[in-house]
Design a protein around this ligand. Structure first.
Ligand code: SF4
Ligand code: SF4
Ligand code: SF4
Length: 267
């Protein structure tokens, strides 16, 4: 993608940014994240169908922040993650250059956050089509069938926390699972404790998940943990008519209350 490389070079040469976060081809041919700090290395940047990782996860990492002002290659999930991170005051929009990528794979001209917001507002923000069938199948299950499904899936969890590490919204410096006074979540991987971990994570992501699917993609044992948070995305939309990552001034669904909120979930 020549115009992406040219834009990255321009930004680095003018010192408008000190790092460009994008994708490059790794040694096995898989696309991997690239942190380009020198315009001479910008030719390594790629963008094609292999580039699926949600790069926004790096924006809150200390190691990346210390490189200086960043430009980031941003597909729709990355743009929505950026909106969430701004609204949760984890990053400052003015300190970031967004190299937007359209659904057709073209470089978008994003001058500021308002332009990005306009692009997001015009996009389909519901859960991605490839997950809808499975989500619908899960919705049709009885509570017992659903419990059995998740018990089977989550019994495989080895508590490596790759799902948490891959998620841009899991930026806590000390995750609840690492708190041991009190020990909220058992350290060992067993079905009961695994379920506690995943229910906790899903609740922390309710109304914040931007449906990128990265948590599920990163799981080494193939647990579709993204379906838990995507299910809550559907629920939040049904109750409150909001999708995460649509504004830099979003209130958290789980910590705000309005007198006219539906209360049908209270039984
Ligand atoms: S799909 Fe998973 S990784 Fe992506 S925002 Fe939601 S919880 Fe985080
Ligand atoms: S699971 Fe909860 S506590 Fe842990 S990093 Fe994610 S949001 Fe933070
Ligand atoms: S990535 Fe998979 S195995 Fe690791 S903690 Fe998450 S669900 Fe469990």
């Amino acid at each position: 993608m020549n115009n992406l490389v040219a834009r990255a070079k321009e930004l680095l040469n003018s010192n408008s940014v000190q790092v460009v976060i994008g994708y490059e081809t790794g040694p096995t041919g898989v696309a991997r994240p690239a942190f380009i700090t020198n315009s001479e290395k910008a030719d390594r940047l790629i963008y094609d169908e292999r580039c699926v990782q949600n790069l926004a996860v790096y924006l809150t990492k200390h190691e990346v922040r210390k490189l200086g002002k960043a430009a980031i290659v941003a597909t729709l999930p990355v743009m929505r993650s950026i909106m969430m991170l701004i609204s949760e005051q984890q990053i400052i929009g003015e300190n970031l250059v967004v190299l937007g990528i359209s659904s057709e794979g073209n470089l978008l001209d994003i001058a500021d956050i308002r332009v990005m917001q306009g692009i997001i507002e015009k996009s389909d923000l519901s859960n991605p089509p490839e997950y809808r069938e499975l989500l619908a199948a899960l919705n049709k299950m009885s509570p017992e069938e659903k419990f059995a499904y998740w018990q089977k899936e989550l019994s495989k969890c080895i508590k490596c926390y790759a799902c948490r590490q891959a998620c841009p919204m899991c930026y806590c410096t000390r995750c609840t699972v690492e708190v041991n006074q009190p020990q909220w979540i058992p350290v060992q991987a067993n079905t009961h404790g695994n379920m506690e971990w995943h229910i906790l994570r899903a609740m922390h992501l309710a109304g914040r998940c931007i449906s990128c699917g990265e948590c599920g993609r990163s799981c080494p044992v193939g647990i579709p943990c993204h379906l838990l948070t995507m299910h809550l995305t559907d629920k939040v939309f049904n109750y409150f008519k909001v999708y995460a990552g649509t504004s830099d001034k979003m209130s958290s669904v789980m910590s705000t209350y309005e007198p006219n909120d539906k209360e049908s979930f209270i039984i």
